[in-house]
Design a protein. Structure first.
Length: 380
């Protein structure tokens, strides 16, 4: 019997496994795919996530943008940071590398093991996989992403789902030179969402996502239209990958018995930016700390994790929920505003670098809106 079973070897699962194995615990990761596998994702990791990654991360970086273009109806505005505010990766190689890091730390990673059922008897979890094998451990970490089974099987309410579609297009080195330092966001494409271009060493990741996406066809059509705006001469066929964006607007305890959820499985995505890798890594660190303390008898792990996420992470996500409510219904207004004012864009880039917080951004956004509402009648 292992100490911990981790379901899913995405950034959340492999990170939790690596940290727990490094503490000396016996960890088993069950992953349904064979790696490397494709995960629909822009692969932009904000620089605030750097301390949560192994030091050799630089080998995974494809681009390190310092420019951010915000496009609206009346034009665009580009802001520049002194150092990269994000680093872009290929998820196929990044996720494989993180899984290898977990193996090197001592975790056993079993690929092509899709978990189909779970039981909890006498303080032991048993995970049964599609191949007919059974694995047992005292603790269970659900890191099986937006389409995973753990939340349902352990009875933790699922998050809400938006949706996003993306594709990746290799471009000439001349063309790439125009994009290599720059991410572009366009908020005029879909309600409660945005379109993006993210550079990745010779290729452009282009996508559209929305927190309130209903059916996928309109998202796919809009993505194709955006792609042709970004690359007018591009005529070759391209694959479109779609995936849910799981997020919460209210805190929910993400643990039950000796099981807890992290990353997308927990619905911990930032509901303003749709950034999920930082959340996956952050919650994995909290989970490894809490389960480690529980396994050594120092605390009650479930309560430790639920409490720590509430105190340390929900305090970051809650103002992002408020930002989202303040921003997306008025996206057209903000898009026009940003063409003339860069202070809020700059503040957001400070947040991505861990140099400011959503609380500060929210306060500044509220006062910009109040000033604007107040000044309009006077200006007439
Ligand atoms: C189109 C798109 C673009 C995005 N762009 C960005 C971006 O640029 N930056 C950013 O920060 N975030 C982005 N995100 C979000 C980001 O991709 C996710 O938040 C992140 O992958 C979450 O990591 P995770 O480890 O929790 O889950 P995942 O990466 O989804 O990993 C879950 C793993 O669990 C496995 N699994 C699932 N079910 C089972 C099972 N039953 N048994 C065993 N294994 C199972 C899966 O195969 C998978 O490997 C984007 C999302 C989408 C959809």
């Amino acid at each position: 019997m292992d100490d911990v079973i981790v379901i899913g070897a995405g950034p959340a699962g492999s990170t939790a496994a690596r940290l727990l194995a490094r503490q000396g615990f016996q960890v088993r990761v069950l992953e349904q795919s064979q790696f490397p596998r494709t995960k629909p994702c822009g692969g932009a990791i904000t620089s605030r996530a750097l301390p949560l990654l192994p030091p050799e991360f630089s080998g995974q970086v494809r681009s390190a943008p310092t420019q951010w273009t915000f496009r609206g109806r009346k034009g665009s505005r580009t802001v520049t940071t002194a150092s990269p505010y994000c680093y872009t990766v290929e998820r196929r190689s990044f996720d494989l590398w993180l899984a290898e890091q977990a193996q090197e730390a001592g975790a056993a990673v079993s690929f092509q093991q899709k978990v189909v059922s779970l039981s909890f008897d006498n303080a032991v979890y048993t995970a049964a996989t599609q191949s007919g094998e059974r694995f047992q451990a005292r603790w269970l970490i659900g890191a099986d992403g937006a389409k995973g089974v753990t939340s349902r099987l352990v009875g933790i309410p699922r998050a809400r789902n938006g949706a996003a579609v993306e594709t990746e297009i290799a471009v000439s080195s001349q063309h790439f030179a125009q994009w290599q330092d720059r991410v572009e966001i366009d908020v005029t494409r879909y309600p409660w969402g945005y379109a993006w271009v993210i550079p990745k060493g010779g290729a452009l990741n282009i996508g559209v996502g929305s927190f309130k996406a209903g059916k996928l066809p309109p998202l796919k059509d809009l993505m194709a239209a955006y792609l042709h705006q970004v690359l007018p001469d591009y005529s070759a066929p391209f694959d479109i990958l779609a995936h849910p964006l799981p997020y919460r607007t209210r805190y929910a305890p993400l643990a039950a018995d000796h099981a807890l959820l992290i990353g997308d499985a927990a619905g911990l995505m930032d509901s303003f930016s749709a950034e999920g890798i930082y959340s996956a890594l952050y919650s994995a660190h909290v989970a490894a700390e809490s389960v480690g303390l529980a396994l050594t008898g120092k605390t009650h792990g479930v309560l430790g994790y639920a409490g720590a996420i509430h105190e340390r992470f929900w305090t970051q996500l809650k103002p992002a929920v408020k930002m989202s409510r303040l921003f997306y219904p008025l996206a057209g207004f903000w898009a026009d505003w940003f063409v003339g004012h860069t202070d809020l864009l700059e503040e957001y880039l400070q947040v991505t670098q861990g140099l400011s917080s959503y609380d500060v951004l929210l306060r500044k956004t509220e006062s910009a809106l109040a000033r604007q509402l107040h000044l309009r009648p006077l200006a007439r």
